[in-house]
Design a protein around this ligand. Structure first.
Ligand code: UDX
Length: 441
């Protein structure tokens, strides 16, 4: 089978490489000629563990190719995935579907023979039907003979573990229009290796599949915000949030994942998808008050982290040097989107602090977004002369720091651990004024 991924960004590239690994002939297309040229030269536009190897292996095997020629690729394909970006539209929080609809029009013009068009980008409920309408309008010849179907197949990939998530998903969701048997057969064939491995494959209507993606991400974001709020309460009551999380997480109905308190969630999905679901609910006159609360709580939480750091430094950071470990929104990515660091750093700077930051993969991106700070090569270089040290992202490199050395390098002895990586008793014994999230110090 031959397929095309339209859009060679994060989702398109990872999905394309993984489908190729399943033995399918894949072409990833993109209108950005420079991106295609660099992919052809084996240079990945994003950092994702294992991706470079997977891509080069499948390119060598002749199953994966990159191209700027969408019409040629689409004409030869049985399935075309739309994996273009859906940024939040400026001003109103809506997902911007310009690229999705433009891709649908371009695809329509090149379709030859029965083809399944799959939306992989996260799109508002109803978009699949709109894509179908665009194609039907552009190609009445195909619509008449039912020579195409539109399917929703949302992705649930996490940055940093996207390849494993694709190869070993908890489930695959496939939303069909009008229960199309032809589309079901194509999708079944595509995901055959997972069928054989007994992965649950859920066939639903197209609107349901579209909503599952938003509901899943908003639920996970709610879970994180819930534990963050419980962490705040623990601090007031002298309780320990990690033990609370374990205690509730052992209840199978709750589950222990996504109960790590921290500086608030970031990334390309949770903030955007929560906002989009809020809009979808308002428009349908079925407001999602819980998700609305999550959005505003999470925004406030990021700002509150700066206040926490300032309080730990005795109420003022004016003229103080702060070492900041971790800038990306989570480890194993170079992605800075909606990262707490983008809120915390400017507030610390406004309060008069000098910030020296380090991050294993994020510095190139961070330099564009946070130009007013100094960047260090390593945690110990960042700690040099610092009054306080803040752990913002839980990279493995920061999990076993040599605290005796850190103490020698630092001028002060304040440590604010916003990811609860270290133990309060050990840090206190090492001579630090240690602050963490939701735990008695
Ligand atoms: C998420 C979803 O997990 C994935 O299914 C979806 O397809 C895209 O969005 P991702 O954004 O890559 O993936 O990262 P994830 O690991 O889910 O973390 C998101 C944010 O939540 C990060 O900022 C992380 O630090 C935070 N988080 C996560 C917590 O603060 N606590 C937790 O317990 C888990």
């Amino acid at each position: 089978m031959r397929i095309v991924l339209v859009g060679s960004g994060y989702v398109g590239l990872v999905s394309g490489a993984c489908f190729a690994e399943f033995g399918i002939d894949v072409t990833c297309v993109d209108r950005d000629a420079a991106k295609i040229a660099s992919l052809e030269a084996g240079v990945m536009p994003i950092y994702e563990p294992g991706l470079e190897d997977l891509v080069s292996r499948n390119v060598r095997a002749g199953r994966l190719a990159f191209s700027g020629d969408l019409p040629a690729a689409v004409a030869a394909a049985s399935a075309v995935f739309i994996a273009v970006g859906t940024p939040t539209r400026r001003g109103d929080g809506h997902a911007d579907l310009t690229y999705v609809f433009a891709a649908a029009r371009e695809i329509a013009a090149s379709l030859r023979g029965y083809t399944v068009i799959v939306t992989k980008s996260t799109v508002p409920v109803g978009t699949g039907r709109k894509v179908a309408a665009i194609i039907a309008e552009a190609r009445p010849d195909l619509a008449e003979g039912r020579d195409f179907d539109v399917v929703s197949n949302p992705e649930f990939l996490r940055e940093g573990s996207a390849i494993t998530d694709f190869m070993h998903p908890d489930r695959v969701v496939i939303g069909l229009t009008d229960g199309s048997e032809a589309a079901r057969a194509v999708m079944r064939e595509l995901y055959r290796p997972l069928f054989l491995r007994d992965t649950p494959i859920l066939f639903t209507g197209i609107e349901t599949a579209e909503l599952i993606k938003y509901a899943a991400n908003s639920f996970l974001a709610t879970k994180i915000s819930f534990i963050n709020e419980i962490a705040d309460l623990c601090e007031k009551l002298g309780a320990n949030v990690q033990e609370v999380a374990t205690g509730i997480g052992l209840d199978g109905r709750i589950g222990k994942k996504f109960l790590h308190p921290g500086p608030g969630f970031g990334g390309s999905c949770f903030p955007k998808d929560c906002l989009a679901l809020v809009r979808i609910g308002r428009e349908a006159q079925s407001p999602l008050s819980i998700v609305e609360a999550v959005v505003s709580f999470n925004d406030a939480r990021k700002r509150q982290m700066a206040e926490r750091i300032i309080a730990a430094c005795g109420g003022s950071v004016a003229g103080k040097r702060i070492a900041l470990l971790g800038l990306t929104f989570k480890p194993n990515t170079d992605d800075m989107r909606e990262s707490p660091s983008l809120v915390v750093v400017p507030l610390l700077r406004e309060a008069g602090a000098e910030v020296v930051a380090c991050d294993p993969e994020g510095i190139a991106e961070a330099k564009k977004l946070l130009p007013s700070i100094t960047y260090a090569e390593s945690a110990s270089a960042a700690a040099e002369g610092a009054d306080a040290l803040v752990l913002l992202t839980e990279w493995n490199q920061f999990r076993a720091l040599d605290w005796a050395e850190m103490k020698r390098r630092m001028r002060g002895h304040v440590v604010v651990d916003l990811r609860n990586i270290y133990r309060p008793d050990q840090m206190t014994a090492a001579g630090f004024a240690y602050h963490s999230i939701g735990r008695p110090s």
